[in-house]
Write a protein that binds this ligand. Structure first.
Ligand SMILES: Cc1cc2nc3c(=O)[nH]c(=O)nc-3n(C[C@H](O)[C@H](O)[C@H](O)COP(=O)(O)O)c2cc1C
Length: 215
């Protein structure tokens, strides 16, 4: 007798005209089901240089706004230079986990849009809210420089000692905050052996509209 094939079609229920609502709904379940929430705020971000050279890296989202995703980085980094030359970016969140019913869930949220640099007040607010270990990191690292790790350790250890003796770590001038404002948000949902569904929201004329796409 032929073995039973387990297969099916996953379907995304879209009960909102606002993709951010769907994003937060998905995020709530993923963060509940995944055991290490600190890694969940991580988003992969692809930028492109003036001459069309693409690069990507993971970054941590520090603030989820109703219209975008906010992170801190170094204004002298490759990504910051790319964004200054070309604010058009693409990014993805990937959440794979076992849900409350034991299904293996695969969710991807893909964003396309522009990135804006935020003002100094907002940057400082995010920096001030950071835990001390991260403030130390911001003060130790100058992204993209070629370094001697032994020298970096010496600088780190001195800063740590100063902090333990009461030094307040001011925000370095090169720390910069950015917001990704998506104009397209694509949701991919699959589970177990089921064929996935995709929903693409696009922002046009002050409204979000969506279609299902073949996975
Ligand atoms: C999980 C994770 C989170 C990260 N979060 C950030 C971040 O929030 N900001 C940042 O500038 N770099 C972050 N990084 C480091 C970047 O991936 C990257 O190495 C660095 O920003 C330099 O990138 P660039 O040279 O392309 O600009 C993170 C790396 C990992 C693995």
């Amino acid at each position: 007798m032929a073995s039973k094939i387990i297969s099916g079609i996953a379907s995304i229920e879209v009960n909102t005209s606002d993709p951010f609502q769907l994003f937060y709904l998905w995020k709530e379940e993923a963060f509940r089901c995944l055991s290490k929430p600190n890694t969940l705020n991580v988003m992969n971000l692809a930028t492109s240089s003036k001459d069309g050279c693409v690069s990507n890296r993971n970054i941590q989202i520090l603030r989820y706004d109703p219209d975008g995703f906010v992170f801190l980085t170094d204004s002298s980094s490759r990504k910051a230079k790319d964004i200054a030359d070309n604010p058009n970016v693409a990014s993805t969140f990937l959440w794979c986990y076992s849900n409350d019913g034991g299904e293996i869930i695969t969710k991807q949220i893909r964003l396309q849009g522009v990135i804006n640099k935020l003002d100094l007040d907002q940057t400082k607010e995010l920096y001030d809210a950071a835990p001390t270990f991260r403030k130390i990191r911001y003060n130790v690292c100058k992204q993209g420089l070629i370094v001697d790790q032994k020298e970096i350790k010496k600088i780190h250890d001195k800063i740590l000692e100063d902090v333990e003796n009461g030094r307040i770590l001011e925000m370095p001038s090169y720390v910069a905050a950015y917001k990704l404002l998506p104009s397209a948000m694509e949701f991919y949902y699959g589970y177990d052996n089921f064929t996935a569904d995709r929903v693409l929201f696009t922002y046009r004329g002050n409204n979000w509209n969506y279609v299902h796409l073949s996975a």
